[in-house]
Design a protein around this ligand. Sequence first.
Ligand code: DC
Length: 209
Amino acid sequence: MIIAIDGPAASGKGTLARRLAERFGLPHLDTGLLYRAVGRGMLLAGHALDDEETATLIASRLALADLRPDALRGDEIAEAASRVAQMPPVRAALVQLQRRFAATPPGAVIDGRDIGTVICPEAEVKLFVTASPEVRARRRHAELTARGETVTYDDVLADLKRRDARDAGRAVSPLAAAPDAHLLDTSDLDIEAAFRAAVDIVQGDGPVV
Ligand code: DC
């Protein structure tokens, strides 16, 4: 079974994807890590973030086994990821990796921005997880503050809105809900309630588990 999860930053999709993977015994791939790894590679080597040729080269050399989530957090890397994710050859270089992961039995929970629309249009279950920008900014702000970062709520909100606009407005594989995706708005749900709703959707849609 393939469970495809898309949604904007800080919507809760990452936590839901991890917990669904655990619940249904499936491997999980957070595809944002791929774009973050390319963005980080560009930052580390001091390349301009519009250098498409270098970004594509970095993307074509990526392997899933090389992804180090702990080294890929942070807003500077997220911003760089969103920039390189606009480039069609970067996206093209990462497609097969993602499809192979999803197609390997017993399937996968795979989350990102274009999973239900482009990477796995055949997924048995598709979720589009959203929350209002204000709720997402509040969650992200609390997370950053807990990590000891000093950042204002207004700055977090502005960053999120800018990234959303870029991710949803790009020409290739924009952030979008597939027509057959279930919409899950987590604005008024805590993580337990959101998880229960997601499990209900999977059990209603997917093979009996
Ligand atoms: O999910 P995230 O915040 O880690 O993603 C970082 C950036 O990567 C995001 O702003 C857009 C891009 N991305 C994408 O374009 N397509 C995906 N499937 C996953 C992420």
